[in-house]
Design a protein around this ligand. Structure first.
Ligand code: SF4
Length: 247
């Protein structure tokens, strides 16, 4: 693992605003599997403020303006890392959708790099360069985040994603589980034989006192016979439980 690498300023165009670049493992669900080594491009800025009543999310350092980096420089960093997978995350990476993001995605595809993109559910997957994303991972916000009203309509999102994509629910407490369970039941009604995304439940770690620990989540999921759901233990939080910034 490589630590936080702050980026050198650049005035080149097209450019993206970047919080950090680092080599690690991808602890979240994606079509290449959890634990896959990946070069992370953490883009700057977020349109949501999740878990404000619990002190905020664990990525507040991505809220700032970041540092402008040209697509050329970003691709050079990817080349130097030599890793065949890139994870684009944030913040909210789709706040920067447009020509620069599309150029980055196309450059990665030309290199044969597999891309997973983590996005927060508030922006539809109709961005330029979408075809270059191997796995689009939608983090669909549950009630504890205070951000469910900002989510795209579930049915439209579910129908617009493919079998290499994910809709993930991070569950803090039983109310979140009930919300996610309703979405799973809704998805059953939407399945019509076309490819559809994988649904994943992820217990929030560390577990809060009034929270939903992983063993309770699994027991409830099996009792409810939600057999189409994949349980996602956020691997990076297990490997680096005390990390304050990047892992
Ligand atoms: S979408 Fe992600 S980065 Fe933005 S506030 Fe929510 S958890 Fe934090």
């Amino acid at each position: 693992m490589e630590g936080l690498l702050m980026c050198a300023p650049t005035t080149d165009s097209p450019a993206l605003r970047v919080t950090s670049l680092f080599l690690s493992i991808d602890g979240e669900v994606n079509a290449r599997g959890q634990g896959t080594p990946s070069f992370f491009i953490r883009l700057a800025g977020c349109n949501l403020r999740c878990w404000q009543r619990f002190g905020g999310c664990d990525t507040v350092y991505s809220f700032g303006p970041g540092t402008r980096m040209s697509v050329e420089e970003l691709l050079a960093r990817v080349d130097a890392a030599g890793c065949p997978k890139v994870t684009l995350t944030g913040g909210e990476p789709l706040l920067q959708k447009g020509a620069a993001l599309a150029a980055l995605l196309r450059g990665l595809r030309e290199r044969g790099v597999f891309v997973s993109m983590e996005t927060n559910g508030s922006i539809a997957p109709d961005f330029e360069g979408r075809e270059c994303v191997g796995s689009l991972v939608y983090d669909y916000k549950c009630p504890s985040t205070g951000c469910t009203a900002a989510m795209q309509p579930f049915a439209a999102l579910f129908r617009s994603l493919g079998s290499s994509d994910y809709m993930k629910f991070v569950l803090r407490d039983p109310a979140d589980y009930a919300f996610a369970r309703e979405r799973v039941l809704e998805a059953r009604e939407l399945r019509d034989g076309r490819p559809c995304p994988v649904l994943a439940f992820s217990p929030m770690l560390p577990t809060a006192a009034d929270g939903l620990p992983p063993d309770a989540l699994v027991a409830q999921l099996l009792a409810d016979r939600l057999f189409e759901v994949q349980v996602n233990i956020q691997m990076h939080k297990y490997v680096w439980p005390d990390a304050k910034t990047e892992v």
